[in-house]
Design a protein around this ligand. Structure first.
Ligand code: TRP
Length: 74
């Protein structure tokens, strides 16, 4: 199972985490990627990845639109 759409994540601060969650009955973290400010990750949903969690200030671009995640730092 794969999806050709790409998700583009641009970190707007240091230490943004992109966390991949598994597909199937168990939903667990399987990968965490750390991005620093200005770094971009381009990712897809795959047979292994059903969801992504973004922690930290980032802009996230999808075919459904763009959303900004917020920072927990103050
Ligand atoms: N090995 C993972 C997979 O094929 C790599 C991956 C794809 C991933 N999309 C991701 C990791 C999104 C983190 C977030 O599913």
């Amino acid at each position: 199972m794969s999806n050709s759409d790409f998700i583009v994540i641009k970190a707007e601060e240091d230490g943004v985490h992109v966390i991949g969650l598994t597909r199937g009955t168990d939903t667990k973290f399987h990968h965490s990627e750390k991005l620093d400010a200005g770094e971009v990750m381009i990712a897809q949903f795959t047979e292994h990845t059903s969801a992504m969690k973004i922690r930290g200030l980032a802009s996230i671009h999808t075919t459904n639109g763009t959303v900004q995640s917020d920072s927990k730092k103050q």
